[in-house]
Every structure is written in structure tokens, then in C-alpha cells.
Design a protein around this ligand. Structure first.
Ligand code: GLV
Ligand code: MN
Ligand code: MN
Length: 427
């Protein structure tokens, strides 16, 4: 919606005007308001996907959007779209956003920054009275983290066609809540959102995010232009033995699932060891049953997160996981299930170049860099030209309540975003 008279400034001038109207304090204040939802000790948030906190965050975001007259839409997996209309309402929009869900012990910026920066861009365009040929939409993708319902990037995967909605509906969280029930509550909380389809045509997608690593801060640069995202594979491993009395059961009679799980993790660590420190191998969840000091563990469930920037190495290491697990088990049964397999992606050089150009014309020092974390952009890249902008985070810490970023850096990233989105929406 254009509420002010359309400016007739030349393209570069209006793009710069939009960047200049990014409001640093509004953007920061909104981060702090969002951080109250699901606040946990140590300055962090627990706002996991499809929880009451996620719904509250959606309501707060849309209250800000509605106050500016933007239209709200949602698709059947709860991806939320906020639209500022263009001169041609039928044209494929420019999308910008990220996710609002957090890790169970997460920070105040991972994901939510990209969503709030997207809304800030819509508001800056509005404040500038900017006219765009294409509509511009801010998007919040559902369940990027995957900490509650694995795997992550679920909303963007389903939107882009990498996974069917039906394949996600029966996934359960660690309390046995079924995704379809949690999703139904989320959808019902916003009955007046316009229904959007999956995979509608998009002209380009740009995602802003904190770096989640130390490179920008160490280099003293406010902006990273992301060249691509490393690949990831996730596995779930179930080790099944037999629970028995800790005081009476002789070693020879034990089928101790915890001892076997330790041996398996040890074997995996050895196989994944890499002198160059490029392989990323993590066992992040480890659940022992019955988890009692004087009972031998009857079963262990654990997860594997494996990442690498080269598709061939990721394929080779990931394909070895099942055999290593089976080979290291001594007395217990082992089941390995792969829940996520996504090769690395490379962003289109035209988009990377355009983002660099925007940072350059705003006099913001920047560097090109790959992303070690995955993002919704990994899946949007399948369906439209895609790019990402990183801003520094303190000490590179993320997925931790201590995650921090400065108001100036967040605003700088949003300025690069505003200029780029304006150009794309008129290109
Ligand atoms: C995203 O949260 C990731 O795990 O990379
Ligand atoms: Mn994120
Ligand atoms: Mn994350």
C-alpha cells in the first residue's frame, strides 16, 4: 500500500532514501519486545515452533503489520506473509524474511532478526512513499530450528516442494505432541489471514540473519554477503538393550544401551575426525531410558547433525553413519533413521553482486562468506534467485541465551536489505 504521494526520484535516489528510512530504534525496540515472549534466564528465549509463545510472537508481528495497513496471509504449514502491494499486484513478489521460532535455549536474534528486518523494510518503503513495480512481502517461515519437531527448515521445505506437508504432520515432539495438532492451534489463532498457496511464484528472496559465528566481528566488518550454505544431514539413532538391576546383574548378562551408545558415539567421533576442522559432527540430543541411577539403561535415543561444504564429502561421510553405528554396537539392537539430507547450495552471483553493490553504495564495509548454519534460504534457492546478508553477533555466540548483536549492526543489515529489495522490486 502506498500512502504518500509517489516519489519521482531516480531509482538509485529512492533506493538510498528507503535505506535511510530504516529506523534503528524501532528495529531494536521490536527485538526487545519480541524477546519478552518466551524469555528465559540469561537474556535468552525459548520460543519453539508451534507453541503458545510462537503464536504470541505471530500476533505481535501481525499487530505491527496491520497498524501499517499491510495484508496478512498464511499457508497450510503456518508460513506467515506480510504484503506491501506493488503497482502490479499480479507480479511475482520480492520476499524477505526468516523465522521466529527459537532453540529451546536460544537467543534474541537468531531468525527473528530477518523477520523484523523484513517488516522494517516494508515500513521504510512506506515511510519513503516508495512505489515498487512488484509487491514486497516479509515472511516468517514455520519451524526453521527443528529443535522441537525435527527436522528444521520445515516451513520453507514444504513451501518450496522439497517435502510434502503430509510427510510432516505425524512428527512428534519429545512430549509426544503431534505436529498436526500443534499446527492446527497455530492456524486457528489467525483465522482472518488470507490463505496462501505453497510455492507461489517469487521474483527473488533475500534473508537477513546474524552470522552465528565469529568471522565478521573478528574482521571488524558490519556486513557479510553470503555466497552459499554448507550441506547438512540429520540422523536419529535408537539403541535398544534391556533394563535390569544395577546392583545384581552380572556384566555378561547385561544389554546396556548406554554403554553401546557411548561406544557408537566414540566410533563416529573417530570416523568424522578431520585435521582441517571442516567437518561438523554433533550429537546434540541424548535420551536415556529409564534414566535412573540404579537401573541399567534399556534404551538410548540420540541425534546426529553432520555438515560439510562439499557435497561429495557430505555424501561419503553420511553414507557411512549407519555402518559405523551397527559395527560399534556390542550387545544391543541399533536402528538409524535419516531425517534430513540437504546438499550445499551456492547463491546466484547476480544476487551476491547486487547485495555487495548495495553495501558498497551505503559505505558499509563488507566481505563475502559462506554460511555454516542452514537457513530457509537454502530451500528458497530451489525456487527463485536467493541471497543472504549477515551481521555480526557478539563473540560469534548463537543457539545460546548470551547471543547478542548491536542496534547499529542490525540497522546496517536492514539498510542493505532495504536498498536491495527496492532495486529488485523495480528491476
Ligand atoms: C539452524 O538453526 C541450523 O542449525 O543451522
Ligand atoms: Mn536461524
Ligand atoms: Mn538457529
Amino acid at each position: 500500500m502506498v500512502t504518500k504521494a509517489e516519489h519521482t526520484a531516480p531509482k538509485g535516489g529512492m533506493a538510498a532514501a528507503c535505506a535511510g528510512l530504516v529506523n534503528r530504534d524501532r528495529l531494536w525496540h521490536r527485538h526487545m519486545e519480541m524477546a519478552k515472549i518466551g524469555a528465559i534466564p540469561g537474556n535468552g528465549v525459548n520460543r519453539q515452533a508451534l507453541t503458545r509463545e510462537d503464536i504470541a510472537a505471530r500476533e505481535l508481528l501481525t499487530s505491527w503489520a496491520r497498524a501499517r495497513g499491510f495484508a496478512i496471509g498464511m499457508d497450510r504449514i503456518g508460513n506467515l506473509f506480510i504484503r506491501r502491494q506493488g503497482r502490479d499486484p499480479t507480479a511475482a513478489p520480492i520476499l524477505t524474511g526468516s523465522h521466529m521460532d527459537s532453540q529451546p535455549s536460544g537467543g534474541r536474534f537468531d531468525g527473528i532478526y530477518g523477520v523484523l528486518a523484513g517488516l522494517e523494510v516494508l515500513e521504510a518503503l512506506e515511510d519513503a512513499g516508495a512505489s515498487t513495480a512488484r509487491p514486497v512481502e516479509a515472511v516468517a517461515w514455520t519451524n526453521e530450528e527443528g529443535g522441537r519437531f525435527a527436522p528444521g527448515a520445515m516451513g520453507s521445505m514444504v513451501f518450496s516442494g522439497a517435502r510434502r506437508l503430509e510427510e510432516c504432520l505425524d512428527i512428534v515432539d519429545s512430549s509426544q505432541v503431534v505436529l498436526k495438532d500443534a499446527l492446527a492451534e497455530t492456524l486457528a489463532a489467525m483465522p482472518d489471514a488470507e490463505e496462501r498457496s505453497f510455492n507461489f511464484p517469487i521474483a527473488a528472496y533475500i534473508e537477513a540473519h546474524i552470522e552465528q559465528g565469529p568471522r565478521l566481528e573478528q574482521s571488524g566488518l558490519p556486513i557479510g554477503i553470503v555466497t552459499g550454505i554448507q550441506g547438512s544431514r540429520w540422523f536419529e539413532v535408537q539403541v535398544t538393550g534391556e533394563s535390569a538391576h544395577a546392583g545384581t546383574t552380572p556384566l555378561a548378562a547385561r544389554r546396556d544401551a548406554l554403554q553401546d551408545a557411548i561406544a557408537i558415539v566414540q566410533a563416529l567421533n573417530e570416523a568424522m575426525h578431520d585435521e582441517t576442522d571442516t567437518v561438523r559432527f554433533t550429537v546434540g540430543r541424548f535420551e536415556v531410558t529409564p534414566n535412573s541411577p540404579n537401573s541399567i539403561a534399556g534404551s538410548v535415543f540420540f541425534t546426529i547433525d553432520l555438515r560439510h561444504p562439499q557435497a561429495s564429502t557430505l555424501a561419503e561421510l553420511g553414507d557411512a553413519v549407519e555402518g559405523i553405528c551397527q559395527g560399534a554396537a556390542r550387545r544391543c539392537g541399533v536402528r538409524v533413521k535419516e531425517t534430513f539430507n540437504r546438499p550445499p547450495c551456492v547463491f546466484e552471483p547476480r544476487i551476491v553482486g547486487m547485495l555487495e553493490e548495495s553495501a558498497g553504495s551505503l559505505d558499509l564495509p563488507h566481505m563475502k562468506m559462506p554460511s555454516g548454519a542452514f537457513h530457509d534460504a537454502l530451500f528458497l534457492n530451489d525456487v527463485c534467485p536467493t541471497g543472504m546478508i549477515f551481521v555480526p553477533c557478539e563473540n560469534g555466540i548463537s543457539h545460546n541465551p548470551a547471543e547478542n548483536a548491536t542496534p547499529d549492526d542490525l540497522a546496517a543489515g536492514a539498510r542493505v536489505l532495504a536498498m536491495s529489495v527496492f532495486k529488485l522490486a523495480n528491476g
